[in-house]
Write a new protein. Sequence first.
Length: 473
Amino acid sequence: MMKALLMKAISKAISKASLVALLAAVFSFSVQAQSDTALDLDALLKQLEEGKFAQSQQNKAREQDFVSKRAEQDQILRDTLKRRDAQLGLSEQLETQFEENEFKISDLNGALDERLGSLKELFGVLQQVAGDTKNKFANSVISAQIPGRSEFLDNMAQSMGKSTKLASIAEIERVWFEIQREMTESGKVTRFNIDVVEAGGNKVNKEVVRVGPFGLIADGKYLDYQGVTGVVSELIRQPKDRFVASTVALQESSGELVTFGLDPTGGSILGLLIQAPSLEERIHQGGLVGYIIIAVGAVGILVAFWRFVVLTLVTSSVNRQLKSTTLSDNNPLGRVLKVKEKYPDVDTEALELHLTEAILGEVPKLGRYLTLVKMISVVAPLGGLLGTVTGMIVTFQQITLFGTGDPKIMAGGISSALMTTVLGLVVAIPTTLVYALLSTQSKNVVMILQEQAAGVIAERAEKTERAEKPAKA
């Protein structure tokens, strides 16, 4: 059937080719007839016959070429089918081999698990220990002196986790060695040189003192070790002076015991210490109200100190007057006692009134400016309360604008509120105590004056009574 169809197609092609050749001949003939009218019918017939023969030869050549190419295509098809069959056979063979290998691997894994026994658990623990130790080494300050320790542990943990590869004895001993070295170095205070990034940004090679796994110091300053980058840098802000003094003592030590402030948490407590505001920063947190409280408190302390000096001198001069028989005008007691010499002939009641007048004249001098100190001791906590209220108003305004998602936004208002309260109490407590002390000291002097005045009145009364007895007799 295929051959018949092929022959039919060939005949159609030949017919079409003959028709085309005939049309071409006719066209050529018409053209020639137009150019040469002398051509006769016999010549035209001969020309058509020659053209038909040539066309027939060409068609035969085409048929032979088609047949030869068809045979070639059939050969290619047969070769392709053979290769396909071969590949299908190979695929079936590989599938069979794959299934056999799967069974073999399963049997070998079962045998491996059975033979490993407790060793499998050991390797699991080893992988876990390697991972934990790697994280510890990455953040340990000992790695600043001994870098590259965590890379081996990281590679081993990853290789054991991604494949069934077991750790070798050398790797197990290496893990043991690194852990033991960490323990050994944790008990040492050593010195070594390393590049340190200063607070200004310059990198300088310095001698660094390492205190176990707790901290690094250089030039009397605490250092920070970044485990991710392996960079050692100075803390931009150092802790309080007493801790910095201990670093200087340790760095200058030649082996003797010194007191040193270390951070057993590996830097967490030190980070909190350097974040804590200083006294100056706390004062600034109080704002305008805080500054006013401090200024008022300073005035109160200065006045109290001045009055304390004055009253101390007055008390000393009064005590000297008590021991002396010579009256002097440089102390209150002398001025009060001179009243009896000023009025030697007045009666007892008149003398009492004159003494009372003299004492009342000395009392304002003794209590001068003490009321101001008392007012400051009362006003200071009220100023602190004012700062608290204003700080809380600012805090609530910030909450209204930004919400409560970020506590740092509210920290400014809360700090101002709390610091003004603290400053008010800091001013009020000492000024209250000083006022009580000065008031007591002033009252003691007044009591001495009153006591001595009472003695003068009693003495004048006795003299008057003795003078009146002989007159009656």
